[in-house]
Design a protein around this ligand. Structure first.
Ligand code: MG
Length: 387
């Protein structure tokens, strides 16, 4: 972009890579690796986690039932797109891009099958028992407890910075309600590397959902051009530049520019906020009254406008609503059946019933499933009723 201007942030705002820094500390102390930083090691552990590999089988927006295409995003490919955006934005700003990449890679690891519909159904089922489902809190339990890979410790023994980011990248948890999270500086702002993940997530799925929605024929190009000025102006530019190109390629060109405009705006706005608030160190940032990572006001208005079209015409479309209803029925029915008959659970999950109670143990079991796995469980359950 010709009008690109950005001041790199003061180096002391970034989370330091030092192996002995407080944010690089682990629950079970480990000796530093000779050539891999603490956050590089965290990335390796996330890549090797089973829960990370299962993201390939989890819905982002389109389930395999609605969309025959092999090309719509899974939660894994969405995660990789968030990592790419987070890495670009933080590296350009002079922040810790390795930490940001680790946070992006782990940000959706706590998601149940069936996308947001699955999460909502699980939460509703738990509410009856005075509990709830929150994918950030679940992600923390996965990395601190459920993953069993290392002989030396349970979980992945990730750094404090990554665990803090898992909890705080998208929302705040009041310290008074969450004594179990006391080590995560709940009264302070998260580092910019974590704050940026939430925006990278929004930006990634905005562009991706337009592409997948158009490719699936659920969204209409004419409507997107009519209702999303941010897209329309880039689409018009692309048509001028490539008059002979087919609309599918012009759409991709336009979405590429949308992505670019959003990421550029985010970086410039973060730099502007840091300067305006006189922030020079990570400590200053932690004591700031609000989070600093957001889009500029005009760009935020454009993003909201684009997102409301996605809500009205994609997320709440009859095609996806039918999927949401299916997700709700499957999750609710299996949850109730297993909560009432925990002896139907696999042996290791039965053992958790004694520790956590049936509702939480069943929710943990369901949350870990891929879409395919829960569909198979659903089929077996229905067959068992016919016997
Ligand atoms: Mg996400």
């Amino acid at each position: 972009m010709s009008d690109f201007h950005l001041t790199t942030l003061a180096p002391r705002i970034a989370v330091p890579d030092a192996a002995d820094g407080p944010l690089s500390s682990r629950t079970w102390p480990e000796t530093a690796h000779p050539y891999r930083s603490a956050f590089v090691r965290d990335i390796g552990r996330i890549f090797h986690a089973k829960a990370f590999r299962r993201l390939a089988g989890k819905t982002q927006v389109f389930t395999r039932r609605t969309e025959e295409s092999d090309h719509s995003r899974s939660r894994l490919t969405h995660t990789l797109e968030v990592a790419q955006i987070a890495r670009t934005a933080t590296a350009t700003l002079g922040l810790n891009a390795t930490l940001a990449e680790a946070l992006a890679l782990v940000h959706d690891i706590g998601h149940p099958p069936f996308g947001h519909a699955g999460e909502k159904a699980l939460d509703t089922a738990l509410r009856v028992h005075g509990l709830g489902f929150d994918h950030n809190l679940h992600a923390l339990r996965i990395v601190t407890n459920f993953e069993e890979r290392y002989a030396a410790f349970r979980g992945l023994n990730l750094t404090l910075a990554v665990r803090e980011g898992i909890i705080k990248h998208s929302r705040d948890y009041p310290a008074a309600n969450h004594p179990e999270l006391s080590e995560y500086f709940l009264d302070e702002q998260p580092p910019l590397e974590a704050q940026i993940i939430d925006l990278a997530d929004e930006i990634a799925y905005l562009a991706a959902d337009f592409e997948d929605g158009l490719a699936a024929g659920v969204l209409e190009l004419a409507q997107v051009i009519g209702d999303v000025p941010l897209f329309a102006s880039f689409y018009a530019d692309a048509r001028k530049q490539f008059p002979a190109a087919e609309s599918r390629l012009l759409t991709n060109e336009a979405l590429k520019q949308v992505l670019n405009a959003l990421v550029t705006d985010l970086m410039q706005e973060v730099a502007r906020q840091v300067q305006a608030q006189g922030i020079e160190t990570l400590d200053d940032l932690r004591r700031a009254p609000q989070r600093l990572a957001h889009l500029s006001e005009p760009m935020e208005a454009q993003r909201k406008q684009a997102k409301s079209l996605l809500y009205a015409n994609l997320y709440l479309s009859p095609t996806l609503e039918a999927e949401h209803a299916h997700a709700e029925e499957v999750v609710q029915t299996l949850f109730t059946a297993w909560t009432e008959n925990p002896e139907l659970l696999p042996f290791d999950h039965q053992a958790r019933v004694a520790e956590e109670g049936a509702p939480r143990a069943v929710a943990d079991y369901i949350a870990g499933m891929t879409d395919t796995y829960i569909e198979q469980a659903w089929m077996s359950y229905r067959e068992s009723l016919q016997k």
